[in-house]
Design a protein around this ligand. Structure first.
Ligand code: CA
Length: 388
C-alpha cells in the first residue's frame, strides 16, 4: 500500500469517527419494529459478529506490506480488493456507504447498536474479523491481542445488555495465548475465544497448541474456529478465480479441514469437555459426516492411525461442536443441519457487518421449525454455550 492511500485511510477513519456514520440495514425502522415486537417470545442473540480496531487495521497494513511472503493468500486477496475499489471506494468504506462494511466493523458503539435495534437483534457476541492477530510474530500478536481485548471489554462495559465478547488470542505463543484467554475470561468478562483458523499455516491439532484447550476446558468456555484465506501451502489452486479463496469456498474448506484435523488428532479424548464452535452451518460438515465416518473406518483399517480414537469422527462432532448459521441464510442447509445436529446444537449468527442483519432473521422466522426450537437457536443455546 502506498503512503498516499495509508494517509487517506487514516484521514478517513478520523472523519468517519467524527461523523459517527454507520450504514444500517435496508429495512425501514417501522417495519423492523413490527418484526420485533416487545412481546417477542425470544431474544435474538447473534454470535459471530465482527469488529475491527484502527490499531489492528493499521498494524495489518504495515505488516503485510513488509512481509508479503508470510500470507500470500490473504495479501493477494486483500490487495486485489483494495486495488479494485480504489481510493474513492476506500473513502466510501470509511464514510459507511461502501460494500465491504469496514466502517461498520470499526463501530463498537452507537452505530452498531442502532443497526441492531433497526433489525431486532438483541445481543451481539463480538469477535475480531479474520485474520485477527495471527499473522504477526508472537510478541506483536500477543501485544495486539491484549490491547484488542481491552478495547472490546470497554465497548461491552458501555453496553452490557447488548454486547458480549470473545477474546482475541495469539496462538503463535501458545503459553501466552492460554494466559490471555484466562485473563480475558476471568478479568475482562469474555465468553470464550475466537481463533481465525490456521496460524501461519499450522492448525490447532498440533499438540503444542493444546494448552489453549487446557485453559478453555478448565474455564468451561468455547473456542470459536473462524475461517480465513487458506495458507501458502493450500491457497494456490483457489487463486485462479478471484474470490474462490475467500468466503466463496476457501474459507469453509480451510475451517472444515481444521475441524476434522482436530477430531482425528484425538484432542477430544484428552479434553472431552472442550467446546468448539464452527460458523457457516458447521462449514459444511453436517452434510459430510456419514461419509467421513465410513471412509475413516476404511482407511484406518488399511493403515492404523498414530492414535486410535475412542469414538467415530461424527460422534465428536455431535459431542464437542456447536454450529452457527452465520452467512448461511438458506433454508435447505438450515433444515439439514437441524435434522443432523438437532435443535440444541445450532446457534443464530448474522456475520455482521459483512452480511445484513435482516435477511437471516427473515429466513429463521419463516422456516418451519417449532417455536421451541427457534427459541433455542435464537437465544437459549447461545446463553448456555457462552454463559450469557
Ligand atoms: Ca465471520
Amino acid at each position: 500500500m502506498g503512503v498516499n492511500r495509508r494517509t487517506l485511510i487514516q484521514a478517513s477513519l478520523g472523519a468517519a469517527a467524527a461523523m459517527g456514520t454507520s450504514k444500517v440495514g435496508g429495512i425501514p425502522a417501522a417495519v423492523a419494529q413490527e418484526a420485533a415486537p416487545a412481546g417477542r417470545a425470544y431474544k435474538r442473540i447473534a454470535v459471530e459478529e465482527a469488529f475491527l480496531t484502527t490499531e489492528l487495521l493499521m498494524a495489518q497494513r504495515a505488516y503485510l506490506a513488509q512481509n508479503p511472503q508470510d500470507e500470500p493468500g490473504f495479501t493477494r486477496f486483500w490487495g486485489t480488493m483494495m486495488d479494485s475499489i480504489g481510493i474513492w471506494g476506500m473513502l466510501q468504506e470509511f464514510m459507511g456507504i461502501g460494500g465491504m462494511g469496514l466502517s461498520r466493523a470499526l463501530d463498537l458503539g452507537s452505530g452498531r447498536i442502532a443497526a441492531m435495534d433497526e433489525a431486532g437483534i438483541d445481543v451481539q457476541v463480538l469477535s475480531v474479523t479474520s485474520p485477527g492477530v495471527q499473522i504477526y510474530d508472537a510478541k506483536q500478536g500477543s501485544d495486539l491481542a491484549q490491547s484488542t481485548n481491552e478495547k472490546l471489554a470497554k465497548a461491552v462495559r458501555a453496553n452490557p445488555e447488548r454486547l458480549a465478547g470473545l477474546a482475541t488470542i495469539a496462538p503463535q505463543d501458545p503459553t501466552g495465548a492460554a494466559q490471555e484467554l484466562r485473563r480475558a475470561v476471568t478479568q475482562l468478562g469474555m465468553k470464550g475465544a475466537l481463533i481465525n483458523s490456521h496460524t501461519k499455516g499450522e492448525f490447532l491439532d498440533e499438540p503444542k497448541f493444546w494448552e489453549i484447550f487446557d485453559a478453555a476446558q478448565e474455564l468451561d468456555v468455547p473456542v470459536y474456529i473462524h475461517p480465513r484465506v487458506p495458507s501458502a501451502d493450500m491457497v494456490k489452486p483457489f487463486q485462479k478465480y478471484f474470490g474462490l479463496e475467500a468466503a466463496t469456498f476457501g474459507f469453509p474448506i480451510d475451517a472444515s479441514l481444521h475441524a476434522l484435523r482436530l477430531i482425528l488428532s484425538g484432542v477430544f479424548d484428552d479434553y472431552p469437555r472442550l467446546k468448539i464452535v464452527l460458523g457457516h452451518m458447521g462449514e459444511g460438515l453436517p452434510f459430510w459426516l456419514p461419509r467421513i465416518d465410513k471412509k475413516i473406518e476404511l482407511f484406518q483399517g488399511i493403515k492404523a492411525p498414530e492414535r486410535k480414537l475412542l469414538k467415530k469422527p461424527s460422534q465428536y462432532f455431535h459431542d464437542n461442536f456447536f454450529i452457527t448459521t452465520s452467512g448461511m441464510n438458506y433454508e435447505a442447509p438450515l433444515k439439514l443441519a437441524h435434522e443432523v445436529m438437532g435443535p440444541d446444537k445450532i446457534l443464530f449468527a448474522v456475520d455482521y457487518p459483512f452480511e445484513e442483519n435482516e435477511e437471516p432473521i427473515q429466513v429463521m422466522d419463516a422456516i418451519a421449525f417449532s417455536d421451541e426450537d427457534k427459541k433455542k437457536i435464537y437465544q437459549t443455546n447461545a446463553e448456555r454455550v457462552f454463559k450469557l
